[in-house]
Design a protein around this ligand. Structure first.
Ligand SMILES: [Zn+2]
Ligand SMILES: [Zn+2]
Length: 571
């Protein structure tokens, strides 16, 4: 679909206008249009063909023409004109966190820096501090941001890799005679980032499967092609991801799946256990001398070691093997246990879809309720709502609750935690909401003590019910804030404030080990998507995966509770 391509170009136009210091209103209209296109489920080419471009919300005549131009000619003249005014590499510098359009302009025009690599060298050799507004601290920050950027480029976010893996397995199921087919590796363990995709299959015709795999759409390079293993580089929206396909004998299916799922530490622990029993464990099965004792299913492999099967998300050698040896593996929370969520944005602030659309999508997912939590006034970049505007929506929520029978819409807010831990709305305003999410969106660099006090003041605030994305990290962009999480968990448990697993793909905050520590400290955990468009609600799957990595059961997860119990928790 051309939707993403046009969205990228609109964002680039906005960036360029921003660097050139053009009118803020125009810049915002390009950014809004870019987000609309990204969230659009219809193919923009169909809309152009049917003359329905004007039906895309928030896109006026001028931008509509540019969309048509791209669909018919493959480019946008205005975009090309602007691009010609910038040396290559200048726009990439915007991806370095802390470098906004104004700084890019200064670096370019005063130091002649036009790409990230030159920027890194200039920071290392302390050339940046010669420019007004740049100091030693800025140089350090820029160097760390570039490091993060490079780290981010070497991994794929779980949601992204999962989408690619699903595309590959769907394709193989349609085009090749596969029997078993599973994406294993860290993807199956639901790690928040993965390096590559490992797919396992069984088949009666290995050659046909390998052929289909190495010639599927999107393959840019075939690194290996054989009847037992093939490796390709797949084009995943402009980046190459390595996908391995291993074809195994049905008798070794369970052993191969277990082996390829990992983790390394989990597998080392199992191998040691096997050796102690006079067995040998490898990717083909479990053997005593030369005879195979297990391997067809994962259950048989674990059982030969005296263990019950354990969910892939637990397999990190963090005590799960000891539990399984006692048959005490918990029943972890599952997708089906979740009846709703709390952290959802609409186009009243920085979301792209309307309140009604988000509500209906939540309903279509089979939820019983959805909490809507748009931004508070200080979140200027997110178009935060003034207290008056926020409260003025309450009537519409009441109406919607009457219209959507059997479904509950909770009236909430994601309220900024200001400096010193004060909330962005007054108590008189906060008490009007069904629930309040507290979140840090500014001043990320406070010292650990101040930051912990700031967050815990909000956690203890009588009207705050959930602490959102507690570390504020963004994978590949922003480090976690300095905060004593153990103190935050303790404060949450004591105050009866839930702590969040934010499943937005580049957040995953808390992550698995952190959420496990929070549970052990007595916290209730809310699993949310932080959706900004209706399709984002499906990311709940990755939030639940993270909860499973934290060993959470349905009892630990606030949105798996009955609504009445949730309301009581909020009160
Ligand atoms: Zn937030
Ligand atoms: Zn949010």
């Amino acid at each position: 679909m051309k939707n993403q391509e046009i969205s990228d170009r609109f964002n680039e136009i906005a960036d360029m206008l921003d660097i050139l210091g053009e009118d803020a209103f125009r810049i915002i209209s390009y950014r809004r249009a870019a987000r609309q296109l990204e969230a659009l489920t219809e193919d923009v080419e169909d809309l152009v063909r049917e003359g329905r471009v004007a039906s895309i919300p928030g896109i006026g005549a001028a931008l509509g023409e540019k969309i048509e131009e791209y669909v018919t000619t493959g480019k946008i003249g205005y975009h090309e004109e602007l691009r010609a005014r910038f040396p290559p590499g200048v726009l990439d510098m915007l991806r370095v966190r802390g470098i906004g359009p104004k700084k890019v302009k200064l670096l370019w025009q005063e130091l002649g820096i036009t790409d990230v690599e030159t920027l890194r060298k200039a920071a290392e050799t302390h050339r940046l501090r010669r420019v007004k507004g740049f100091g030693e601290k800025t140089e350090e920050k820029i160097l760390r941001s570039i490091e993060l950027l490079k780290e981010g480029e070497s991994v794929f976010l779980l949601a992204h890799a999962h989408a690619v893996a699903t595309m590959v397995t769907d394709y193989l199921r349609k085009r090749a005679p596969v029997k078993e087919l599973v994406a294993a590796g860290s993807l199956r363990r639901m790690k928040e980032t993965v390096h590559d995709i490992d797919i396992l299959a069984t088949t009666k015709d290995p050659r046909a499967v390998a052929e289909a795999f190495t010639t599927m759409p999107g393959v840019r390079e075939v690194l290996a092609a054989g009847e037992s293993k093939s490796v390709v580089l797949l084009d995943a929206e402009g980046r190459f991801i390595q996908v391995d396909l291993r074809i195994v004998e049905p008798g070794s299916w369970g052993a191969a799946l277990q082996y390829d799922t990992g983790s390394k530490d989990h597998n080392i622990h199992l191998r040691t256990m096997a050796q102690k029993r006079g067995l040998m464990l490898n990717e083909y099965g479990i053997f005593r001398d030369d005879s195979k004792v297990a391997g067809e299913t994962e259950e048989s492999v674990y059982s030969a070691l005296g263990l019950s099967w354990m969910p892939p998300e637990m397999r990190e050698d963090q005590g799960e093997i000891e539990l399984a040896s006692k048959g005490a593996t918990p029943r972890l929370v599952e997708d089906g246990d979740v009846h709703g969520e709390f952290h959802v944005h609409t186009n009243a602030t920085d979301g792209v879809d309307s309140l009604e659309t988000m509500v209906d999508q939540a309903k279509a997912l089979g939820y019983a309720f959805v909490g809507i939590s748009d931004h508070s006034v200080s979140s200027a970049v997110a178009f935060g709502l003034s207290a008056e505007k926020a409260l003025a929506r309450r009537d519409r929520f009441r109406e919607l609750n009457r219209e959507r029978k059997g479904f509950t819409i909770l009236f909430g807010t994601e309220c900024d935690i200001l400096d010193g831990g004060q909330m962005d709305y007054s108590d008189e305003v906060l008490k009007e909401f069904d629930f309040v999410i507290g979140a840090v969106h500014s001043r990320f660099t406070l010292p650990i003590k101040e930051m912990t006090e700031r967050i815990n003041a909000a956690v203890r605030h009588p009207y705050v019910n959930i602490l959102a994305h507690p570390t504020t990290r963004k994978i590949g962009q922003r480090d976690p804030i300095q905060v004593d999480l153990d103190e935050v968990y303790a404060a949450c448990a004591k105050a009866g404030t839930a702590i969040e697993i934010d499943a937005y793909p580049d957040r995953m905050d808390l992550n698995g080990p952190q959420a496990r520590a929070a549970k052990n400290a007595g916290c209730t955990i809310a699993v949310d998507t932080d959706s900004h468009a209706k399709d984002h609600l499906a990311w709940m799957h990755f939030g639940v995966g993270t909860a499973r990595r934290a060993w959470l059961t349905a009892t630990d997860v606030l949105n798996a509770w009955p609504l009445e119990k949730i309301r009581a928790f909020f009160r």
